[in-house]
Structures are given as structure tokens and as C-alpha cells.
Write a protein of this length. Structure first.
Length: 155
């Protein structure tokens, strides 16, 4: 078993793609997606299901690693819990410099209500520095770094 992707339903998939590539050094994984038709309606359980978008690989994994799947639903956004509902809880992204990444996020249309904060975890013997911020469509992100300077690797 292997984790594959997280889907984000976006109002403008191209704008969100550019944000994740510019701020978090994502790379588009071709091809662009244009999915619809009877098979897609059957899989999604939604009449008229039709999406356009792409996959973006975020840093930290080799080729074939998990991706952020960014789709725009051609027939609008649904109710919470529906196949075409927007958003997610939050994405946690490990970075080398929380403040610099946060400033880059703001410069590319992101936002935040919080502040960069640190917390020492006695059980780990490390300090976590983080801020919760939002992408241009309001999806929540946790930008974080552990004090040892090492980014954990996928196992």
C-alpha cells in the first residue's frame, strides 16, 4: 500500500498550480487532466462530472512520489462531503526557513491570520517553528521546521 495524492478542488486550477510551484518549488507532472464522460460519472457518482487540472509534485520525494492533484470542476462546486467540494484540513510542508517561505507565500497571494511561532517538545527534544497560512483560495497550510535543521525523509 502506498500514499498517492491529495486532491484540492480549486476555482482556478492554473492559478493554484502556479502558487504551489512558485512558493513551494512544486513541479508539474504531465499530462494536464481533462476528465469526464460516462466512466467518470460512474466513478464519482456525480452526473455531469467533468474536471480539468494537473498534478504537482512537491519537493522531498523522488519521481513517482505523492502529488497534489489540483482540479477545477467544470460544473461548479458542491456541498461539503460531495465529490466536487473544495478544500481540505491542511497540508503540512517542511521548509528550511519558515519566515522566508511565509514571506514568499504572502508575495504570491497567500495570507495568514497568525504569526510565526515556536514550541519546544520535551518528548522529542526539539523545537517546532511554524505558522498556519492560506493559499490564494483560502486552503490552510502549515509551514513548519524542526530545530535540528534536518527535514525528515519519507520512509
Amino acid at each position: 500500500m502506498k500514499y498517492s495524492h491529495t486532491n484540492v478542488n480549486a476555482k482556478d486550477w492554473k492559478k493554484l498550480r502556479d502558487f504551489y510551484c512558485d512558493v513551494f518549488e512544486g513541479k508539474v507532472v504531465p499530462p494536464e487532466r481533462d476528465l469526464g464522460g460516462a466512466w467518470f460519472e460512474k466513478a464519482s457518482g456525480m452526473k455531469g462530472a467533468h474536471v480539468r487540472g494537473c498534478h504537482v509534485a512537491l519537493p522531498g520525494y523522488g519521481e513517482g512520489g505523492p502529488v497534489l492533484e489540483i482540479f477545477t470542476h467544470e460544473n461548479g462546486e458542491g456541498e461539503p462531503g460531495a465529490f466536487n467540494h473544495g478544500g481540505f484540513g491542511h497540508l503540512g510542508i517542511l521548509v528550511d526557513d519558515v519566515e522566508a517561505t511565509y514571506q514568499k507565500l504572502l508575495a504570491h497571494g497567500g495570507s495568514s491570520d497568525g504569526q510565526v511561532t515556536s514550541h519546544y517538545y520535551e518528548n522529542k527534544g526539539q523545537t517546532l517553528t511554524l505558522i498556519y497560512a492560506k493559499d490564494p483560495e483560502g486552503n490552510l497550510l502549515e509551514i513548519m521546521r524542526w530545530d535540528d535543521g534536518k527535514l525528515p525523509t519519507a520512509e
